[in-house]
Write a protein of this length. Sequence first.
Length: 363
Amino acid sequence: MIGSSSIAVAALLALSPFAQAQAPTNQFPQTPLADKRYDSPAALPYKVDSDTGLLRGSQAGFNICNSTTENQSSLCQTSYFNSVEDFCIWGPIEKDSTVADTEGEMVAWCSKPGHGTRLIPAGALTGIQWIKTPDYVQAVGFLDQSQINIKAGDWGGEMDPHGADLRGNPMGGVIFSTAFGGSAKQVIEWHNFVGGNKFCFKACDPAGPNAAHFCEHIYDRIGCDYNIPNAAQDKVFESCLGDNQDYPGVYTSNGQVMTYTQPAESLGAISTMPYTPKVPASSSCSTFESAKVYTGLPTAAATTTSGGAAATGSVSGSAGATSKAGTAVGAKATGTAAGNGAGSVGISLVSVMGVVFAGLFLS
Ligand SMILES: *[C@@H]1O[C@H](CO)[C@@H](O)[C@H](O)[C@H]1NC(C)=O
Ligand SMILES: *[C@@H]1O[C@H](CO)[C@@H](O)[C@H](O)[C@H]1NC(C)=O
């Protein structure tokens, strides 16, 4: 997120007597989160965000995670994005939290035991589409977000390793992936939108020359449909290959390549969009049954903020995948307008172009 945090910081500095008298007034870390490099998870310090005395306080969790830190109250902020069977998304520490209030403190919630993190409760995921393209891997998922502590009905927001103060959201959150060959590599550029019982997450190949473009972090108000255009469906679990998308915010109109400028939040709700994002083609999809792949997960009841039972069992799912003919998705999205979280409002963009519908773009 960019806009809201910088406004909040400015307001804090201007209005709070404490901010001037005794509290820290510096917001920037010595090294921005996105510039920190770790060869492997074993090379991580206990806390990646080690600067003290900064405006947003200290890192909520930690980065050395192992079997002793793996339970449903884990504060592990080292995340993995390996495959459709084995990935993590960010979620709040405490039940019934909104994304806007907790984006800086989110912890890893994973689909598979073994990373020292919390686990996404069994059955919480109701659909997943995993896609690997030449430059990135992405997941679009449907879920009962309350099971990863996001307040029901919250339309959410964006997490990425930047943020107004360059400490990232969550602060100190790092991601590794084996999806780009070899051992787990640190993912430098990524973005994650969650809200409205949906999420999307893209991890860009750290060796890719355009990682910062594909995983752009400035379009925090236009959600999954514009940042990760997709044709994922609830109740379908599948893993596919796909083409690269256009860079978020970049589109072609009358043969001209254009770049969208997201208006400042102070200008009010985003009521119109000048384009419909193009959903890239996907192919070689394999579908599977979730219960065969997501094994060893705790039940929802085990997820509490202060003392859920530790997850038992760490049987790794044998894929159980069945092959299906590739589904090339059409050139145009049946556009849906997005809030700043992941959810879509399900109204065709064509019909809303030029029409003000304030309130759909909840902030
Ligand atoms: C496991 O993680 C904890 C918490 O970060 C850490 O204190 C401990 O040293 C780790 N254990 C091993 C064997 O790495
Ligand atoms: C979870 O793990 C932490 C770190 O080992 C421990 O302090 C805490 O008591 C555990 N909580 C539960 C509910 O097992």
